[in-house]
Design a protein around this ligand. Sequence first.
Ligand code: C2O
Ligand code: CU
Length: 550
Amino acid sequence: GKVRNYRFEVGYIYWSPDCAEKMVIGINGRFPGPTIRAKAGDTLVVEVKNSLPTEGVVIHWHGIRQFGTPWADGTASISQCAINPDQTFVYRFQLDKAGTYFYHGHYGMQRAAGLYGSLIVDKADGEEEPFHYDGEHNLLLSDWWHESVYAQMLGLSSIPFRWVGEPQTILINGRGKYKCSLAAHLLGDSFSCRIRNSQCSPVVLRVLPNKTYRLRIASTTSLSSLNLAIGNHSMTVVEADGNYVEPVTVSDIDIYSGESYSVLITTDKNSSSNYWISIGVRGRVPKTQTALAILNYHPNSPSKLPSQMLPITPKWDDYSYSKSFTYKILAMHGTPRPPTKSDRQIALLNTQTKIDGYIKWSINNISLVLPSTPHLGSMRYGSKIGFDSEKPLDKFPDDYDVMQPPVNPNSRKGSNIYKLEFNSTVDIILQNANTLSGNVSEIHPWHLHGHDFWVIGYGDGKFKATQVTKFNLRNPPLRNTVVIFPYGWAAIRFIANNPGVWAFHCHIEPHLHLGMGTILSEGVDLIRKIPNEAMACGSTAQMLMNNKPH
Ligand code: C2O
Ligand code: CU
């Protein structure tokens, strides 16, 4: 493969993602960051310069497994020290697999502040994909608040708790409309709709009639679960999270934060018309307007309004509708199957809890906080810096009632690590539960760094040991993000074959910020020398100083 070089300068910029000007974290003066495009087998070299005046930064390459380069995973306090203002860090790693990915900030809530972009890996030369298409378009979905992430973080760590609320706008490729539908915008209806600003101009996908297009769709939302539909066009899902899936044709797709899909569409509809692409909110009372883009059939003008009604978003709390979509995503024939048995099962109970009166999320009663020395360094050089860790639990109490608010909601903070035996097969059961308030349980899309996993089971209510016999070991999809539905559970299986320290967390930014995550490690002794620049903070900085030759 080739070496592909990029230079990213991360800094605050004024930008108008939804036509209202705000402060955004941009890359090279733009929002969203540049789309990286490479081929499988290429080496990506991204020189990241931090031009934020007073805060650190890191960039995580979501979905890239970082075989042999765990220090390039871009998770602050886990894989590296945050890059200080005015400093540069070079991420260098191999893109081992074609697919639709993205990158984003992984420090504080910088992702929600706008630090993200697309990362598309094409098949290697000479390789074949299991489907054909004539052209492609890319849609990176996100959600946007007018309040700064600093105000959001303050609210989350206040008594009384102040939730971030629903986003003002859903963005498509960083563009949306606040208080103005795209239709109204095109017709110039109201004042806010008359604003003309190229930063928030509508997304138009130009297509030729009677062709097949691949749409790459990824979600880096801070909070929102989304549903995407295209007027009059069905979609055939062919890829999920960088893995091929058994083609399945649907009228709309659900997409959770951290997920990506490729769908194929055929432009065989009446070509004198354009068509709506609409994106609505799932799983939360929708207070945010449906986002719209235009599928523009050549040679129509892109501003020709589609003549049909908007596609209808399924009802926000129709969870059986959502489940039926998610359960339909299965591995393409020929995908490697999981080992038939696992060596270890870890059951993780997700609860909303309190610590000293502050609302948190906890996993087996531990709310994740990040240490000042990156875990990768503590684990690798533990003997030199005197690191020790208490083991987190592999299960939660048998009598825990997932249908009721926790009886004792108190939990504690921790940054403990699940140490996995190298090359062992691990099952993780993610168990959802009721929140602190009665009759509420939320959606949580969990994302694992450093791995793809097989999603071998889903269910409602509390997971029972006997359900192991019903796991799907025949065609479970390989993914890097799995959703747990309200009051439900999901089971994943993976092989701990990637030396490193890996985050595993809910991809909802405020949930992670409130502790909804945990950390796994494996094969740490096998890691080659970690670049010093990645470890120049906390006790590893001390160690590096002591080791300096005179
Ligand atoms: Cu895309 Cu740890 O996240
Ligand atoms: Cu969550």
